[in-house]
Design a protein around this ligand. Structure first.
Ligand code: 6PG
Length: 475
């Protein structure tokens, strides 16, 4: 008998995805470069379903039903190209190669185009949810052709997380759309975590409380509009005590945040698309700042902090909750703007409401609030910004005074809150009737004759700054 689908690359994510497929009654071909992992999987979990193990790629491909469907779960990068080539050589037109790693969408576009020439469907797929999600139901974001979705969709929806019975898997769009959307998901993940970290830091410093005392606050927040996986696990991590030292776990972890690159990619792409994703950028840069211990040590030795050190107001807790929610709305609004911009740039025709829907479950950023985003796009698919959706505008208006107090307190007591501050600056920037960009335009015209537009007439204008300052119309 032949397998319905195959998984090659059996590290934790690949192994768990293969088990998830098998548990749902799909016969799964499994393969790994080193045979040990394949054998271990079958030995340990063979009872969960039908696995067809192979030690060679040729045997793996031969064990698949036609049209063949093979999922690659290897570390993103050069290895992916090698595995794709190996599979493609053994495949036939109509077959499908699915890349479930965190590949860069530009690589996915390149690979899709090259394989399309050979008649093979290449499906770059975002898969979110970590180990646990891969096994019990991830959020799945496949790109690629419509035909490949027809063949893969039912299986992917079968193994995906479900919210209210709706599977967290949808055809995102052609070529690199799936990996692009997963990239933005990760950027938002960075931003969510940064905002949570700022909330924790500010409350801990200002109120002088312990991590364990903060855990119940996050637990309570998790019951309300902030309800989300990341808030839930924040309470768990804050509660955790290091067994070796008896001190809070967060105090024994080196305070340098690492990254594998998806946040950086999100910011790089946003710069190219001209979309301000300040929340994601600040989160990415905050990780970078944390990773420079030599600069931090040098600065800590000589740079003074404020004379004020605490803000004992218990009302700060509720204010921080508002600031966190408002800043989160900004971060998601920016991420969704970036997806909209990419959709226009690459003709992807992304359905933003559908993306909010598949992020409601399975993925790392799953949150109650995604229902609201979906509702906002359902009500108006051409929403200029999520901030202007009635529901969010109301929430932001209700939060803004508290948000300002939080940023003020943070500045006063010297706790860095780049996420909160930049999100508030974005909010104030967007709602501003007149921006000082007009002065920037004037300066550009002064030193470089770069011209400007007028509020009262069509055309481009230049003022003769070094001469008699008369204005001329240049086009
Ligand atoms: C997910 C996660 C997953 C991974 C992050 C970590 O959606 O399941 O996002 O993809 O854990 O990419 O990224 P960093 O190492 O860059 O923090």
């Amino acid at each position: 008998d032949l397998a319905d689908i195959g998984v090659t690359g059996l590290a934790t994510m690949g192994r768990n995805l293969a088990r998830n497929l098998a548990r749902h009654g799909h016969a799964v071909a499994v393969h790994n470069r080193s045979a040990g992992r394949t054998d271990d999987l079958v030995r340990e979990f063979g009872g969960e379903g039908t696995f067809l193990p192979s030690h060679e790629t040729a045997a793996f491909v031969a064990s698949l039903k036609r049209p063949r469907r093979a999922i690659i779960m290897v570390k993103a990068g050069a290895a992916t190209d090698a595995v794709i080539e190996e599979l493609a050589e053994l495949m036939e037109p109509g077959d499908m190669i699915v890349d479930g790693g965190n590949a860069h969408y530009a690589d996915t576009r390149r690979r899709e185009a090259a394989l399309r020439e050979r008649g093979i469907h290449f499906v770059g797929t975002g898969i979110s949810g970590g180990e646990e999600g891969a096994l019990n139901g991830p959020s799945i974001m496949p790109g690629g052709s419509k035909e490949s979705w027809e063949a893969l969709g039912p299986i992917l929806q079968d193994i995906a997380a479900k919210v209210d019975g709706v599977p967290c898997a949808v055809h995102v769009g052609p070529d690199g759309a799936g990996h692009f959307v997963k990239m933005v998901h990760n950027g938002i993940e960075y931003s969510d975590m940064q905002l949570i970290a700022e909330s924790y830091d500010l409350l801990r410093q200002a109120l002088g409380v312990t991590p364990a005392e903060l855990a119940p606050i996050f637990r309570e927040w998790n019951e309300g509009e902030l309800g989300s996986y990341l808030i839930e696990i924040t309470a768990e991590v804050l509660d955790h005590v290091d067994a070796a030292t008896g001190t809070p776990f967060v105090d024994v972890v080196v305070d340098q945040a690492e990254q594998k690159g998806t946040g950086r990619w999100t910011v790089q792409s946003a710069l190219d698309l001209g979309v301000p994703v300040t929340g994601i950028a600040e989160a990415t840069f905050a990780r970078a700042l944390s990773g420079h211990p030599e600069q931090r040590a040098a600065a800590a030795r000589v740079l003074a902090g404020p004379s004020v050190s605490g803000a004992s107001e218990r009302s700060l807790i509720e204010d921080v909750r508002h600031a966190l929610y408002a800043s989160k709305i900004v971060a998601y609004a920016q991420g969704f703007d970036q997806m909209a911009a990419a959709s226009r740039e690459y003709d992807w025709n992304l359905d933003l409401g559908a993306l909010a829907t598949i992020w409601r479950g399975g993925c790392i950023i799953r949150a109650r609030f995604l229902d609201r985003i979906r509702a906002a796009y359902d009500a108006d698919p051409d929403l200029p910004t999520l901030l202007a959706a009635p529901d969010f505008a109301e929430a932001l208006n209700a939060a803004q005074d508290a948000w300002r107090r939080v940023v003020t307190t943070a500045v006063e007591i010297g706790v860095p809150t780049p996420g909160f501050s930049s999100a508030l600056a974005y909010y104030d920037g967007l709602r501003r009737e007149r921006l000082p960009a007009a002065l920037v335009q004037g300066l550009r015209d002064y030193f470089g004759a770069h011209t400007y537009h007028r509020v009262d007439r069509e055309g481009s204008f230049h003022t003769d700054w070094s001469g008699d300052r008369t204005e001329s119309q240049t086009s």
